[in-house]
Design a protein around this ligand. Structure first.
Ligand code: NCD
Length: 351
């Protein structure tokens, strides 16, 4: 693990220009069909992906199973995951692809094999796309470069979680504008919409990908939390992002209240007084009723009930948390189709 971290040295700030509108997707360094950062997608790409997600979701099951029949997809997970891993796997299987799961707990990774060698091994075994979750920020960039395969970033360190941002966007659009208009995404799709993201912003790749995506579609993003979990510099992530320390003030403006878990596993220095945190930042029924009685409540999971969110709110009528998970399968079907179509094009070009 130390070797991987040392070799990568990709700082999130350098790899993702804030608020960048369009970055060429298939640069020679990163294979076409990859999704390494949400900033690599133009608004038109986001629109194409969401439209594909809806088409695939509606398609006849047997017809859909033919789309990636016989294709091989590897899931390479160096960190625990429930929703992301399962939905990528179900998405691949719904398209007829063969999947194989390699986790750091039961593979040669435990014996010290590097990310590069693991990737090359998977490619030799016929993998045409790798879905990677890794604790080191930037790891998917290294894997894509070293294998030449399309890589889908399923969460890298505290850097990004682009497929989560896409499924969050689909959830927001479906609620605010109805399913029919959740596909045509433009720079104005979220005009007038305020999304308050509250909690451990410092360690959250979900917050980062959402903060990079939503303002490009016209949304105002409020980041909320104590300084230990939300440094002032976070406002520099891009245009359309503001910091509000007072949770109730943030909620009063919010059309969407996105709550985040405190990532204890990444908390190195700062210690949080949990009682104080709950008193100031927990989304509970009283607060929701008083400050945001119509807001959509979201959470990427895993939730710690009783800490950042109360059970009543998590299971309540304003909650879209279960829906977020469902949108994940459709969005990931679109991403896998895009990755493997790009792979076919590359293979065809070489023939
Ligand atoms: C998150 C992650 O792993 O980044 N969950 C997810 O993928 N849906 C958030 C977290 O771990 O708290």
């Amino acid at each position: 693990m130390t070797t991987v971290k040392a070799a990568i040295k990709v700082s999130p700030r350098r790899s993702v220009p804030a608020a960048s509108k369009t970055i060429a997707l298939s640069t020679p360094a990163y294979p076409a069909g990859s999704l390494l950062s949400i900033a690599h997608l133009a608004v038109s790409d986001v629109s194409t992906l969401l439209a594909a997600a809806t088409r695939l979701e509606k398609e006849d099951t047997l017809k859909r199973m033919k789309r990636l029949e016989g294709r091989k997809v590897a899931l390479l997970f160096y960190e625990s995951s429930t929703r992301t891993r399962t939905s990528f796997e179900l998405a691949a299987k719904s398209l007829g692809a063969m999947t194989t799961l390699v986790s750091d707990k039961s593979s040669s990774i435990e014996k010290g094999e590097s990310l590069k060698d693991t990737g090359i091994t998977l490619r030799s075994l016929g993998a045409e796309c790798i879905i990677l979750r890794h604790p080191a920020s930037g790891a998917p960039f290294l894997l894509a470069r070293e294998t030449g395969l399309p890589v889908l970033n399923a969460g890298d360190g505290t850097h990004e979680h682009p497929s989560q941002a896409l499924l969050d966007l689909r959830t927001i659009l479906a609620h605010l504008h109805g399913a029919a208009r959740a596909n045509a995404v433009t720079e104005k799709s979220l005009a007038g919409v305020t999304v308050a993201i509250t909690g451990d912003i410092l360690h959250s790749r979900v917050a980062r990908s959402n903060a990079l995506l939503l303002p490009r579609l016209g949304a105002k993003v409020i980041l909320c939390g104590p300084t230990a979990l939300l440094p002032d510099e976070a406002a520099a992530l891009g245009e359309g992002i503001v910091i509000e320390r007072d949770f109730e003030k943030a909620l009063e403006q919010a059309n969407v209240a996105m709550m985040l878990r405190i990532q204890k596993e990444r908390l190195a220095g700062p210690q949080i007084d949990l009682e104080n945190y709950i008193a100031r930042y927990q989304l509970n029924s009283e607060r929701l009723a008083a400050c945001a009685p119509r807001a959509l409540v979201m959470h990427p999971g895993p939730m710690i009930r009783g800490l950042e969110i109360s059970s009543e709110v998590a299971d309540g009528p304003q909650s879209a948390i279960a829906e977020q998970v469902r949108h994940g399968v459709a969005v990931r079907m679109a991403l896998l189709t895009r990755a493997l179509e790009a792979r076919t094009a590359v293979a065809g070009g070489k023939a």
